[in-house]
Design a protein around this ligand. Structure first.
Ligand code: F6R
Length: 610
């Protein structure tokens, strides 16, 4: 979703802003812009489309300035075009603002501003905010106060950065519901919506919390509440490296991230498995473990791929930990007045740790007294910070918009939590040891699956022109089927549905004909025979079948058109393996269709609006 970067210091900020915006491209955007202030001169440059086009425009202008802000916009109010792109400015181009989030009462504010003579160029909610701040500057308030006064009238969410020609020694930023960080350097400071934008310059980071405003100067920063109470903030040294956010020789981040799963899964388990005890160790849960083990109920709330991981978690928790578990879309959970007590544990799963709906679900659960745990990838993200306790998945930066390695690492962490609870309940050390051993074998099995890349690429050639796909699986592999379908639709724009295999008879079977590819996850587990019956039903209707099958299963080849053979593991861990060929299939189909795999249309990496 929209990205923010800002610089104040002694260097020319223009390349810093442009390179920072390039680092933010993965979040998804449709237009970009920068504005700068230098020696009493101001300039604003924007365009629809890519940052590279903005870069070309800017390089012709030979701009130089020590203060500036830049933005990538993902349209919410108003179509993607140059006028709606950020920064927005006041009428005389002295005040500039970039904004992530949504100003819900912008129509009311706009009406009031129009009555006192303001006119508007764009269709955005954000422009209203710059004019509102301007109206306070016109009443002779200094910039920081004007921002505070304006924000006190605003309903909705925002991460904003503002610069003003008459106070060129500062950037004022504020946050409510949209992430913002301050990066600290020597005689220079940075602001960004995401550390990857400024990682090339600093690892000293201050995370702003909701309701906070910061004034950033060349040599320091001051954080206050919107109501002007000063706040002490901790400076964090982050360990992320620049290599993590580079493509490392791969043609796309998505492929790099799929191929990294041997390593990312290993990292998610590192130091957390106790082989001899058949147990797991999760430092992040140490203080809450008794409450977790004795929970009446676990509710997992998340969105998209993380929600699919949650569904696998439900199977795990109910089978091994014997705790009743429900999985809720965060967007539904937050608005349906859910019944939650202080005997419940609510687990939020989020790669980014910033998803607006998941964050709102967290706050809802917390306010109702539940134990709130976060399973996040991005260290220091809002969900990670606001949870009572949690576990990082340590998958490393995930830049490709389609989530891949985060999914498999989320499954690993859910398996670790399952083991931890189950061993405190009825799971014996010997049974625990079997699970630990199975987990330790996963990286080798993943390497084996990744070697099937070329075979899967050929299969993609065969199916790239299909208009629809069905993905079917049962038990633990049902969520893997949903995830396979989501991967395909989001990057290849092919319509795909995931179903529990047996549900097919209750409707989707009507779609089956010789043009309909059906992907079955048919590994040899407790539902294998049933899945084979479902395969027969599709075969009888002429559907084209691709099976993800166990490597020793030769029989299945007599029933299906194509099979991808993968190693087996314990049932609980199957989706870690079965999801990987589906990621590769989606990837290769999208590449063969010539699509932008890392930045699919309309999608954003981190959905920070409702
Ligand atoms: C799909 C995808 C999305 C995210 C969803 C939640 O590939 O990436 O469906 O899973 O937007 O995002 P997080 O996990 O960051 O909360």
């Amino acid at each position: 979703m929209c990205g923010i970067i800002g610089y104040i210091g002694e260097k020319n900020c223009v390349p810093i802003l442009i390179n920072g915006l390039k680092r933010l491209e993965y979040r998804g955007y449709d237009s970009a812009g920068i504005s700068i202030i230098n020696n009493g001169n101001t300039c604003i440059v924007k365009n629809k489309g890519k940052v590279s086009a903005l870069e070309e425009k800017v390089s012709l202008m030979k701009l130089n300035a020590v203060l500036g802000i830049g933005h990538t916009r993902w349209a919410t109010h108003g179509i993607p075009n140059e006028i709606n792109a950020h920064p927005h400015s006041n009428e005389d181009n002295t005040l500039f603002l970039i904004h992530n989030g949504i100003i819900e009462n912008y129509q009311t504010i706009k009406k009031g501003l129009k009555q006192i003579g303001y006119s508007f160029r764009s269709e955005t909610d954000s422009e209203v905010l710059v004019m509102l701040i301007d109206s306070f500057l016109k009443k002779n308030y200094p910039l920081t106060k004007a921002v505070q006064l304006a924000l006190s009238e605003v309903e909705g969410t925002y991460g904003i950065a503002v610069i003003y020609k008459d106070e060129p020694d500062k950037i004022v930023v504020a946050r409510k519901g949209s992430p913002l960080v301050v990066g600290l350097g020597e005689n220079e400071n940075f602001i960004a919506s995401d550390v990857s934008a400024i990682l090339a310059h600093t690892k000293q980071i201050v995370y702003l919390d909701d309701g906070e405003l910061a004034v950033i100067t060349k040599n320091g920063f001051l954080v206050k509440t919107i109501l002007d109470i000063e706040i002490e903030k901790e400076v964090h040294e982050i360990s992320m490296s620049l290599d993590e956010i580079d493509k490392g020789g791969y043609s796309h981040f998505m492929l790099k991230e799929i191929m990294e799963q041997t390593e990312s899964v290993t990292n998610s388990m590192r130091g957390r498995l106790l082989l001899e005890d058949g147990d797991a160790k999760l430092g992040g849960l140490a203080n809450v473990i008794d409450k977790l083990v004795n929970s009446n109920r676990i509710i997992i709330s998340a969105c998209g791929t993380s929600w699919h991981a949650g569904l696998v978690g439900e199977y795990m928790f109910e089978q091994y930990a014997r705790i009743q578990t429900e999985v809720e879309y965060a967007s539904e959970f937050r608005y349906r007045n859910p019944i939650i007590t202080n005997e419940d544990t609510v687990i939020l799963i989020s790669q980014s740790g910033e998803t607006a709906d998941t964050l709102a679900a967290l706050r809802e659960a917390k306010s109702r007294g539940a134990l709130v745990l976060g399973i996040c990838n991005v260290v220091g993200s809002t969900i990670a910070r606001e949870s009572n306790a949690g576990v990082y998945i340590h998958a490393g930066s995930e830049i490709g918009v389609a989530s891949t390695k985060a999914f498999t690492s989320q499954l690993i962490v859910l398996a670790l939590i399952t083991l931890l609870i189950a061993r405190k309940k009825s799971l014996s050390a010997a049974e625990g040891k079997e699970l630990v051993e199975a987990m330790q074998e996963l990286p080798d099995k993943i390497s084996h699956i990744l070697k099937l890349n070329d075979t899967i690429e050929q299969l993609a050639e065969e199916f790239k022109d299909s208009k629809n796909f069905l993905y079917l699986g049962r038990g633990y592999n049902f969520p893997a089927a949903l995830e396979g379908a989501l991967k395909l639709k989001e990057i290849s724009y092919i319509h795909a549905e995931g179903y529990p295999a047996a549900e097919m008879k209750h409707g989707p079977i009507a779609l089956i004909d010789e043009k309909m590819p059906v992907v079955f996850i048919a590994t040899k587990d407790s539902t294998y025979e049933k899945v084979i019956s479902n395969i027969e039903e599709v075969r009888a209707r002429g559907g084209r079948i691709i099976a993800i099958a166990s490597e020793n299963d030769e029989e299945i080849d007599t029933l299906v058109d194509y099979s991808i053979k993968i190693p087996d593991t314990v049932e609980m861990l199957r989706p870690v393996l079965t999801s990987i060929p589906l990621q590769l299939l989606a990837y290769h189909i999208a590449v063969k269709k010539g699509l932008n795999v890392d930045q699919p249309r309309n999608l954003a990496k981190s959905v920070t609006v409702e």
